[in-house]
Design a protein around this ligand. Sequence first.
Ligand code: DC
Length: 220
Amino acid sequence: MDIVRIAIDGPSGAGKSTIAKRVSAALGIDYIDTGAMYRAIGYKMIQQGIALDNEHSVKEMLACTEIDFSAGDIILDGAVINDAIRTPEISRMASQCSALAPVRKKLVELQRAMGQKKSVIMDGRDIGTNVMPDAEYKFFVTASPEERARRRFLELTEMGQAVTYEDVLEDIIRRDKNDTTRELNPLAKAEDALELDTTEMGIEEVTNKIIQEVKETWQQ
Ligand code: DC
C-alpha cells in the first residue's frame, strides 16, 4: 500500500482540525495537528517566563523540549497538555512564537520526520508550501472571519471559558494578520492546493469532498 500525505492549510477557525480528524479516522491514517505544537511551545514559554525577544533562552528551552502525539493526545515533555493549550492567551502566544526562526526550525524538522515514514494528514499554515511541499494531496480550507469567530466562540464557551464574540473576532483578525504577514513561512495557499470554503459548503461537506477525492485516486 502506498503512503499518502495530505496537507491541510488555512486560517484559524476554518475547520481544519475537525476536518483533519474525520479524514484521518475515515482513511485510517495518523493526524498531526501542527498548530498544537506551536501552542505547546507558547505554553512552555509562558510557564517558564521566557520573553519572545530572548533568543538565547528560547534556544535553550527548545534544546530540552520534547513534543509528541499519542492516541490523539499532545504530549509536552511527558505531560498531556490537550486542554491547557486551548486558551486565548496561548493562542496569542502560539501565533507570536511561531514567527521566531528557532521555533519554526525545530518544529518543521519534527513535522517532516513525522510525515516521512507513514501516511499522515497534517494541518497548519505552511504544510503544503513548506513542511510537505511534495504531499500527494493539498487543500486550503477557508471561511469568513465572522463565521470563524462564531465557531471559535461556541467552542470556547462550551469549554467554560468566559469570552465575548467581539473579543474572539478581534483575536482572529489579529492572528490572521500575524500569520499572513510574518517573514518566515507565512500562511499561504500552495499553488497546487484545492481551495475549499466552509462558510458556504459547511464542514461536513468539505470533509466528504476530501475523503472522496483521496479514496477515488489513492492506490490506483
Ligand atoms: O491552528 P492553531 O490555531 O492551533 O495554530 C496556533 C498558531 O500556530 C497559529 O496562530 C499560527 C501557528 N502555526 C504556524 O505558524 N504554522 C503551522 N503549521 C501551524 C500553526
